[in-house]
Design a protein around this ligand. Structure first.
Ligand code: SF4
Length: 326
């Protein structure tokens, strides 16, 4: 571990107090708001997360309001933020504990959708519990500080816990995350401006730590069938872990995707109107968008919570100069 732990902690905390970004949840004491910011920030960049943070709190100012809201309204408020399992889990969590969050790491961890990172962040920031929170930023800072190319989860947990400034745990966790987000960045870290530089073993070659993970996203062809009726489009309710509860255009992946969609809806002729690309965590979809008319009424897609992919398809349709001829 580090020699001179106290001076290291003091240097990082002093830097944080002087340089932290002004964010709407900084200084927040309401545990629900802290939880919401942490959940949003897990997979969304700060600048993107801010409007969702405000929008979500305006719609559901308290855990109880969230518990009582229909799931579809919750997904609508989350629309565009991506990774919708987060919104569904927040709703389930609110239903499980509508009158207030529990105060300890252990109890928080037992709530639906709360993992070690979120439990540690809320327990430390809202309740001052001395438990280290390790997110991607902290992982990178620790890997560089100790020049470890492949930091294992157990090592990360133990190291983060050993470095923790216990009397200011919430502030400390935020300081390390902020350091990773603004100074010890994945590319071109600003070591000359870093309060931890004196202690950093990876400083000569920071890009080596942690070693980059191989990319694994597969490319998958897909087709979307836009069925236009007199009142709007035919929409399907999505299921599955990432998009469950959202709505979208009929979509199929893989070989003969269009043929399968046509058979499902009894459509003979469809016209290709464009292509939409969308990357999920594990796959990249290239979606051929086809258009056809239907005797079904259809519905207004703006009235439903749509996934990001489906909003791209809708934007493509809205850019067409006129309805395609068939
Ligand atoms: S000195 Fe450089 S590599 Fe080390 S923690 Fe600071 S910014 Fe990261």
């Amino acid at each position: 571990m580090l020699r001179e732990l106290r001076p290291f902690q003091d240097a990082v905390l002093a830097w944080y107090r002087a340089h932290r970004r002004a964010l709407p949840w900084r200084g927040e004491t309401d545990p629900y708001r802290i939880l919401l910011s942490e959940v949003l920030l897990q997979q969304t960049r700060v600048e993107q997360a801010i409007p969702y943070y405000h929008r979500f709190l305006e719609a559901f100012p308290t855990l109880q309001a969230l518990a009582e809201a229909p799931e579809e309204a919750v997904l609508k408020a989350w629309e565009g933020a991506g990774y919708y399992a987060r919104a569904r889990n927040l709703k389930r969590l609110a239903e499980a504990t509508p009158h207030g969050l529990p105060r300890t790491y252990r109890e928080l961890l037992a709530l639906p959708g709360v993992g070690p990172y979120t439990a540690a962040a809320v327990a430390s920031i809202a309740f001052g519990e001395p438990v280290a929170a390790v997110d991607g930023n902290v992982r990178r800072v620790l890997a560089r500080l100790f020049a470890v190319p492949e930091p294992r989860p157990a090592w990360l947990r133990e190291t983060a816990q050993a470095l923790l400034a216990r009397e200011a745990a919430g502030e400390w966790n935020q300081a390390l995350m902020e350091l990773g987000a603004t100074v010890c960045t994945p590319r071109a870290p600003r070591c000359a401006a870093c309060p931890a530089a004196r202690w950093c073993r990876g400083r000569a070659t920071p890009e080596r730590y942690p070693a980059p993970k191989p990319r694994t996203a597969r490319s998958v062809p897909a087709a979307a069938l836009v069925l236009a009726g007199r009142a709007g489009y035919v929409l399907e309710r999505r299921d599955g872990k990432s998009l469950g509860g959202l709505w979208g255009f009929p979509l199929a992946e893989g070989e003969a995707a269009l043929e399968r969609l046509q058979a499902r809806y009894g459509v003979r002729a469809a016209r290709r109107v464009g292509t939409v690309r969308h990357a999920f965590t594990h796959k990249k979809l290239t979606v051929a968008v086809w258009y056809a008319r239907t005797a079904q009424a259809g519905e207004d897609p703006h009235a439903r919570p749509l996934s990001k992919l489906d909003r791209k398809i809708l934007a493509l349709l809205e850019r067409l100069p006129e309805p395609p001829a068939l």
